[in-house]
Structure formats: C-alpha cells, structure tokens
Write a protein that binds this ligand. Sequence first.
Ligand SMILES: [Ca+2]
Ligand SMILES: [Ca+2]
Length: 458
Amino acid sequence: MLNGHCLEQALHVADRLGLADLLAAGPMNADGLAQEVKADPTSMLRLLRARASVGVFEEEPDGRFALTPLGATLRTYAPGSVRDGALYYGSSVMWRVWGGLLHSVQTGESASRHVHGVSFYEHLLRHPEVGDPFNRYMAKTSEWHTEAMIWAYDFGGIKTLVDVGGGFGGTLAAILAAFPALQGVYVFGDYLGPNNGTARIFTLNYDGTTASNFQDITGQLFAIPTTSGDILLTNVSSFGEDAAGELYITDIGNGNVYKISSMLVGAASRKIHGATAYDIDLPLTGNPGIECSSGGANGDYTMAFKFAVALSTVGNATVTGTGSVSSRAIDGTDARQYNVNLTGVANAQNLTVTLTNVTDVAGNISSSVSATMGVLAGDTTGNGRVNSSDISQTQSQAGLPVTADNFREDVTVNGAINSSDISFVQSQSGMALPAPSPATTSRFSGDRNRRRAESAKR
Ligand SMILES: [Ca+2]
Ligand SMILES: [Ca+2]
C-alpha cells in the first residue's frame, strides 16, 4: 500500500510511451522497446519488470516481455480500454493534486486551487493533454454504467428522453439503441468556456441514428432570480433540474444560476415617470407585485409580459378583475416583450391579465399565459395597506430625483417626488388590498412544442 504511487507511475509512464500498443503485435525485449520509444534500455528493463511484478506484462524465458490479458486492457483501442484512465490518474496534474491532500484535510479547501491556483476542472480545460484523456475516460465509465442502467430500468414507458450535459451523448445513444421507439433530445453547452463570455447552450434531436434540429437556446436562458434577458454566459459549469422538470445552468465564471425557459419568463407593471419607464416586477408565482401609482382619472395601467424569445403573434388579451384592455402590442424596441394597456382599472384589487395563443419566432406556442398585479394606489411600501409608513416613506424621498430606487414614491407619475405625492398617499390612507386570489399556479397550460422533457436525466 505504501508504495502504491510507484506502481501507479509505472503504469502511467508505460502508457504514456504506448508500450501496450507496441506489445500487441507480439513480445519484445527491453532494448527493442527502448529503441522504439527512444528511452534508456536499462531503465526500460526496470519499468517492464515493475509491471510484470503485478501481472500487467509477463517476462518470458528469452527475456522478452508479453502482454497479459490484464495488460491488454491498456491498449488504446482494446474494448473497454482503461488506457485513458492510466494517462489521467498518473498524470502530473493528479500527482500534484494528491500532493495537496494534507492542505485539503486541514483547511477543507480544494487541493487543486492550492497547488494549481484554479479549480480542478478549469485546470483540466487548460491542459488538454490530461483533460482529453479525462473526458474520454469519464465517457467510457459512463458506457459501463449505461449498460447496467439499460438492464435495470424500463425506458419503454416514455416517449422523449432528454440527456442534459451528458458528455459526448453516449448514454443517450446507447439507450436509444436499446429502445428504438424513444425520441432523444440532447442538451449541451460550451463547458467552462470560452472565457470571453460567449459560451452557448445548444440542443439537438437524436433518433438513434440521425441528429437533427440543432438549435442555439442561449437566448432562452434567464438569470435567477432576475427576469432580465440578454445574458452573458462565461464559465458554464453544470446543469440541474428542479422538481417540476425545469432545467437550470450554473456559471462559475459569474456565479449566476440560469433557468432555461421556453416562453413567459416575467411580467411587470410599467409606468412612465416623467420621461422614464420604471417596471414593478410581478412575480409569476407567490404573492402578486403591487402597483402603487395612481391610474389617473381613467384608471390607466400597463402590464408588460416578458418572454424568452421574440414574439411573432399573440391571439388575445383578457382581464379578470375590474378593468379592460385599451390596446396591446409587441414592444417596439424589444420584441420579447408584449405590452397590454389597461383602462378603467379599479383601485384596491388584484387584477389578472391572460394572453392566449402566444407564438414566438422559434415556433413555440403557449395557449395561455397570465400574470397578476395588485393595484393599490399609495402603497409605496408594497405591503397591501396604505398607512403612516407609506406617508413617511414618501416624505423621506420628497425633493429627491426619481430613480430606480425610489420611483414608487412618485405616485403621481410625473417624474418628481413632492408635496402632491405626499398628499395623494395621505388621501389613500386606510385602503387595503383584498387577499390575493389563489390563482397563482398553472400559469402555463397546454403549451405545444415546448422543449419539455417527459423524462429527464443528468
Ligand atoms: Ca404600505
Ligand atoms: Ca410625483
């Protein structure tokens, strides 16, 4: 056990030199092998004997060395070859990482960061001479696991199988070969790079023989918890899935988590304060966001729906609550947004707008999406009641320029916070929102052509 590292290096060095491949043609002696790989004959003999001592090679009476069945597994193209494992495990990268074990145990920190200055995977990315055998060996070990998985699990009960970030897609290909009726979708990305922030995420369909429908879905990624689009992936590090089957991506380059969303990603109540539009986020689940601005004499408000990809058409927009749609259109500067202008909106209510037959330019169709806003003029604190704290909050901002941080206090929506806002909030004091209706779930229904997994796996 104590000299296990000597044996590992003996295996690694012999594999770096390709000795198993040379011996596949027949036994050779140390001099011949040394000549082939430009090595020192005496040292070569010692290396060969070290390997023979553990049954990887066999020394014949005439001094030649032959491959044993165990040694044959180290040939490059042998079925189930473990040569990439020997190249990776015995590499100088791993040698140094294991040399940092004491540091890891004492501090709990990554040995790779300690000895190489970067994470293990990032180091592999920068050193393809080790990273390539590592990736090949991981794919190979997956093949072994997949074989057992196919025996143990009945994939026949599902129609579409989504393989997310699965190396070279070998697992998906093997399962499709065993279950020909399955349709496969492969989701993959620029793992850990490129470093200039242009990493992309892709999907393709696979039926077991042919890949088709190759798509760049980077535009469908949205940072969690924000709802803004235009994301910049830098170092994609992993995929994940939540209980609802929604997919997520982590980026260790910027620390973000992204959700892959095919359609509606957010909604907002939008008001123009003077000359600048400010949005109040309307969460798609949980308690509704509360719009506190005055709707004016006519009760005018705007709800903006935000989608993952640019829209082509929207069938209809309907209101649940007191108010009606005065006009609606795809946003003139961002085709991923759809604006619904409302009029006659009553105060102190939860109002839901539903869009039907929303079609994006990629062909995704959502039969119905909706968002709910609480309308409570003067509730600058957004807690569902207008009282002294809203008044004092408005007073504290009086005279200050309207910004993204205090636009709620400009309840009169004229681009200034002053006495008229304070008196407006005072006039609303005592108003309250009714409890939100329970219709905050099932915001997606009947979506067609969504890239949703009926069954998904990592
Ligand atoms: Ca309040
Ligand atoms: Ca004002």
